[in-house]
Every structure is written in C-alpha cells, then in structure tokens.
Write a protein that binds this ligand. Structure first.
Ligand code: GLN
Ligand code: ZN
Length: 719
C-alpha cells in the first residue's frame, strides 16, 4: 500500500522559520537571505517527507496560506515582500481568526466589492510544472472569507475556481493537492449544490485532483466521491466514526486517502488495529495511507523533547507520524517486527491517582451549582466590595518586558536561585501594584510576571501534565506556543499561584483578582489523553482549580478570575454536537467555583471569537462578571447580550490592545455609549480587551490613565 503525507510543520526543528522571518522583519536579514533560508528549510521538509511515498509540493508560506491565495486571486496587491507583510501584520492587516476548531489563526480575506484576477505573489511559492501543487480549495477559501453575501456565494466560489484552473494551466501543474476542510462543517443543501458546480469547473484544469477533508466527518461523503476528482482524503480519527461508516456504503473507483494517523494529537498509533481497518478498506478502494489532518498542529520532532521516559514511548510528533505511515505500509506487507516494537507497552497506563478518580466519581449534581443564586449574591458582593459605578480593572497580565523574560529564562535554566527569582517577581508585582494605585484603578491584578504562557504555567504546576521543552507549534504567523501533554490524572502539586496573589493583596486595600486559566482552555491548548473521557479530564482540572480558589479565600482574596478564552474554539465544527460539548465545558467551569462564599466575586474572560452564537451556554457558566474582547464585532456582541437577557455584570473591552497607539477618552467613550444602550449602567465595567503582556509600559500607562478618566467622567454624568 502506498503512503502519502501533508501539512508537515514549516517551523523547523529549531524554529528556523521564526528566526528567518523575524530576522527579516527586524532588518537583520535581507530578502535574499530570507528566501534562501526558507528554501533550505523546505529542503529539510522534503527530507522528512522522504520516508513516505508522496506529499504536496508547494506547502511553504511566509505567513499563511489564506493570505497567499488572497493575493494570488487579486483580492489584495502585494508587489513586494514589505507589501505582503503589511497585509499580515501592518496597520491595516487582515483580520485574524481561529482556523476551524484549532488554535491556528488564519488571515481572513475580505471580498467586499472586489474584482478577482490572477496576480503574483512576491515570493516563489509554486513551481512551474510541479506535481501535487498545494492549494486551499475554492469552496473552503470563500467559505472562510468575509463580506461574501449569501446570494453571491456561488458566483464567488465559481470565480475562484475559474482562476484556479487558469493558474493551474499557466503553471503547467501536473496534479493538484486541494484542501477542503470546510466540507467537515454543517453545510446547507445549497452549499452542497455549489460544491458540485465548483468541481465541475475545476475539472477543466484537466489534471488529476486529490481533494482532502479533515478535522471531522463529512456529512455527505458519498457526494464528495461523486465529484470529478481522482482521490478523496478523509479523516478517520476525528470523525466520530462517521466517515468509516459511510465508506462502507460507498462504491467508487477513486483513490481513498485513508487518514488513519492522527495529525492533531500526539499519541502513538495502535498500528495493528489500524492495519485491520486498512485491510478492509483496501479490498474496496484503491487505498493510500495518510495522516488524518495536516501535521502542523504537532511539534516537529521528538528529538530534544524533555519528556518523562514512560511518556516518550507513547507519543509521536510530526516526524514520528511520518514514521508511523511507513510502519503501517510495512505491516501490511506482513513485516511485523518494527511495528511490534513501536506499540510495545502502549496499553499500559501511568500517572493514575486513586484519590483524584474517587473525587471525580463521587461528584453529584449539586457540586456544580453555586448558591445563593446570582441576584442575591450580587447584593452581598456590592456591600462587601463597595466598588464605584463603572468599576475599572485590567484582564491580568502587564508588559512582559525584555528583563522579565530574561530573568524567567535564567531561572528556568538554573542560573538563578529560586529565592532570587521570587524576590525579582515580588519586585515586579510591587511595581505593578504601585502603578495601578497611582492610576486609580478599582480592581487590581498582580501582573502575571511569573507566567510565560497561561496554560504552560499551570501545566508545570499540576501532576499528570508534562511540558515538552521544545515542542513548539505555530499559532499564527511566526508566533509559537508549546502545548503541554495531559497524560495522567491531574492534581495540584501544592499551591500554584497563591503566594504571588496574596503578596499583591498585602500591598493594597483594594481587591486584587486571583487569576486562573480555566479547565477548557487548558484542555484546548494542550494535547489531551484519550484513555478516559474528556469530561473527566476537565473535572480533574476543575477540582485542582477549586482547591486553589479555596486557598485564595483563606488568604482574603475577594475576586477570582477564571479565564476561558478558548471555550468557543474548542466547540465541535457541527452545531448539533454543541450541547454535548458545552455540557462538560460549562460544568467544569461551574465546578471550579460552586463552593465559594457568596461574597467572593467570580469573573471570567473571553476573547477573539464569535460569541453571539454561544451566548446561551456562556450564561450557564454562572459567573458574576465577564470581561469580553469586543474590538472586531462590538455591534454583534452587544446585540447578543440583548437577546439573551443577560443579568450579569459585563466589561466590554474599550481598548483594542492590538492597536499600536493610545486610545483617547473620546474613542473609548464611544464604545461605552453604544453598549449602555443595551447594558444597564449598574452592570457595566470598564476594562481593556485582553491582557497587556505584549504591550509596553509606555503605552499601558497613558492608555489606562485615559480609561480611568473615562470611568470618572461617566460617574460624574450619573450624579
Ligand atoms: N489573564 C490573561 C492575560 O491577561 C488572559 C489572556 C487571554 O485572554 N488570552 O494575559
Ligand atoms: Zn483575552
């Protein structure tokens, strides 16, 4: 059986991609040096791919495939590299959005009123005459773009298809690898019709096309097999069994690219079980073994990863997934030896904590319910906290200066004693508290200087979660993060954040928020074990956070914020599966705070997603206050709050923290004014959109000064 792979990370083992592109941005590298470096990086990818039979040929991008194709189809002009990067990260950069249900962000092409035509990218991506030229399919490209009205959808997709044909001809491509992950969404009858027309159009390229779907099952897989393409790629891992079931009913002479190796999670493949599935499929289809989703959601390779020995033998990163593909091919030829070695000990589990299991097993419905109900605790909290109208606060982090990052790294490398490190952090906290006092903010934060990443920080403090050392994955552009691996039962290994929060609180009479990352966000930004239901993993994390909150209360902390910025992104692609997902996500959140005293105020924070459609679920989380990012779609969010009859307090971000300038009082007032038409003034908080760790103090101080001024002005107007 043949093997094929796609989506291998462009990052490079040592994050060469990041260094090259950022080196160019900072002027350290010339354009020539950048392109040469990228070509070398590409060669290394080719070498990795060498262990499989085939792969797409033009998968490199300098930032993101969607923006590349937006330029290719003439939605934007980019005649030079500076033009191109201006689209990616300049003042008028394209909007950024989560790519399907992943933590990768793409740039959203805007179609408004534009005419399409083929244009050139300012760097070489596709090569004349190549095989398996990589493209995002017309359907997905348009579906993920904005300003395409429903009635023009079909015409727009057809236009893109025509240009794709023209491009393929001009470039004399021999065959195409086309990604259409949007086919895993819930599509309307009309959209399925459009798809057929589009592929009829695309077939005019008169070359073989292999179409790949992934991230979930495809509702009408048989219709995809009827499209005029040569092969269809399906995800047989994250499809809930739906794809395999449909395949059993499908008769087709097309090639089946059977996605049996996980592209999104790190666990090693149970090769023998997979081989049985493949055998069955190969009796009915021309079958090629492939990965189930692009491999760029995984770190490049295990070499150099700092994982516990037992774990090392259970996981595979991108490079090792390629190895799994070749092992499967071997196995199907009857060669079992290497495969046997690979799966040895796979079933054995480790990291079980009986205490934790029992705690989760004994949870009852009432453990998820906070008493008294909101209206009553609102009164109590008002009295205890005694905050002014329009209270001001921030989302948690303050600037992570060069110095903060350097000292943290020193400590991690063991070049600084714990004592010296803690003294340094306390110093930073004290400075931050001083600044907030001086600014006159009402609810203070300690600044999160000790946290490099809001998930990794907690992962390091919890049993059952491993951090990878160098397991970097791109989240957007050149920005990377290291998803931890949740492998065993999760429990707090002593207090995680209490010391810092309590110290901050000791410096001021004003309330300081205890700051936690919520269970769903920890799960969404980690690789999660699959040997127990995800609901149980979420409850285990929630119990750890619950214990932390109990300790906060003992230290006199009156306000606790549990961040859940990833709650929307983790939702399944198909809305009909939302109830099931939100049931555990919401309950895990409630479990964190169900036991707190009535006077303890629970906040949450969310950002950079479309919240309108999940508002009902958000309400069920039963927090007291929510701060929410609202730069991109203020109107929508306000409307959504109106619709659900929201009785909680809300801080709608008044400062888009991604803008490079300091917003004026008037600019911020405008946002408040609109919001106050819908949200009662007694419930309104004034805060920035998100954490301030990527900003500089030089911007933060004047911006917060304006923010406090605004709140004071609003209060005066109420008198
Ligand atoms: N408390 C976090 C911070 O301020 C929240 C970050 C986020 O929403 N992604 O950095
Ligand atoms: Zn945020």
């Amino acid at each position: 059986m043949k093997t094929y792979a796609y989506g291998f990370p462009r990052l490079g083992k040592n994050r060469e991609f990041k260094r090259l592109v950022e080196g160019y941005w900072s002027g350290k590298l010339t354009e020539g040096e950048l392109l040469k470096g990228i070509e070398e990086l590409n060669k290394k990818r080719e070498e990795a791919y060498a262990r499989v039979g085939g792969h797409p040929s033009s998968e490199m991008t300098l930032y993101d495939h969607m923006v590349d194709q937006a330029v290719l189809f003439g939605l934007y002009r980019a005649e030079s590299l500076p033009d191109y990067f201006e689209l990616c990260r300049g003042k008028n950069a394209l909007q950024m959005k989560k790519w399907f249900n992943t933590n990768y962000h793409y740039l959203v092409p805007d179609f408004s009123g534009k005419e399409l035509s083929l244009s050139n990218l300012p760097y070489p991506k596709w090569k004349k005459g190549e095989e398996n030229a990589y493209l995002i399919g017309p359907f997905t490209f348009v579906k993920l773009s904005k300003e395409v009205k429903e009635e023009e959808f079909k015409e727009r997709v057809l236009e893109v298809a025509r240009l794709t044909v023209q491009f393929a001809k001009e470039m004399e491509f021999k065959s195409l690898h086309i990604d259409e992950p949007a086919l895993a969404l819930e599509l309307s009858d009309k959209e399925w019709e459009v798809l057929k027309e589009v592929y009829r159009e695309l077939s005019k390229a008169e070359i073989p096309i292999n179409l790949f779907t992934y991230y979930a099952g495809v509702d009408r897989l048989s219709e995809v097999f009827e499209l005029p393409v040569s092969g269809v790629g399906v995800d047989l891992i994250h499809d809930g069994g739906g794809n395999l079931k449909q395949l059993k009913e499908i008769e087709s002479d097309k090639t089946l690219f059977a996605g049996v190796v996980d592209g999104r999670n790190v666990w090693r493949n149970d090769l023998f079980k997979t081989a049985r599935v493949l055998k069955e499929l190969s009796g009915r289809f021309k079958t090629v073994i492939t990965n189930a989703a692009p491999l760029f959601h995984l770190p490049v390779s295990l070499s150099g990863a700092t994982l516990p020995q037992e774990l090392l033998k259970k996981v595979a990163f991108a490079q090792e997934k390629l190895e799994e593909l070749s092992l499967l091919a071997e196995l199907l030829q009857g060669k079992e030896e290497r495969a046997k070695e690979w799966v040895e000990g796979l079933e054995s589990s480790f990291g079980e904590i009986k205490r934790v299991r029992e705690r989760v097993a004994s949870l009852k419905e009432e453990d998820f319910v906070r008493r008294p109900a909101y209206p009553e605790r609102e009164k109590i909290q008002k009295e205890v906290l005694n905050l002014p109208l329009f209270p001001t606060t921030t989302i948690g982090s303050f600037p992570q200066t060069e110095e903060v990052r350097r000292v943290r790294l020193f400590y991690k490398k063991g070049k600084l004693s714990q004592e010296d490190y803690e003294t340094f952090i306390r110093g930073e906290i004290a400075k931050a508290i001083e600044i907030q006092k001086e600014l006159g903010l009402d609810v203070l934060v300690h600044g999160e200087f000790e946290r490099s990443d809001m998930v990794e920080f907690f992962a390091e403090k919890m049993k059952g979660i491993a951090t990878t050392g160098n397991g970097w994955v791109i989240s957007y552009g050149t920005r990377c993060y290291r998803p931890p691996i949740i492998y065993g039962d999760v429990e707090r290994d002593g207090q995680m954040t209490v010391k810092e929060i309590a110290f901050a609180q000791s410096l001021t009479e004003k309330p300081v928020k205890g700051m936690l990352t919520g269970p769903t966000t920890i799960i969404a930004w980690s690789f999660v074990r699959e040997d127990i239901p995800i609901r149980e993993v979420a409850y285990q994390i929630a119990l750890a956070l619950k214990d932390e909150i109990a300790d906060y209360e003992k230290e006199g902390i009156k306000i606790v914020q549990i961040d859940e910025p990833a709650i929307r992104e983790k939702a399944p692609l198909k809305k009909r599966e939302w109830d099931e997902y939100f049931d555990w996500a919401v309950k895990a959140f409630r479990l964190c705070h169900s036991c707190v005293k009535p006077e303890t105020q629970i906040h949450t924070h969310m950002c950079y997603s479309e919240f309108g459609e999940i508002m009902e679920y958000i309400l069920q989380m039963d927090f007291d206050v929510i701060s929410i990012e609202a730069t991109r779609s203020k109107g929508d969010i306000i409307e959504a709050f109106e619709k659900v009859n929201f009785d909680r307090q809300i801080g709608l971000g008044v400062w888009d923290i991604h803008t490079p300038y300091v917003p004026s009082v008037e600019e911020m007032a405008e946002i408040v004014e609109r919001a106050l038409r819908v949200i009662p003034k007694e419930k309104f908080w004034v805060n920035p959109d998100c954490g301030l760790k990527t900003r500089r103090w030089e911007e933060v101080i004047p911006a917060l000064r304006n923010l406090v001024r605004l709140a004071r002005k609003l209060r005066k107007e109420e008198q």
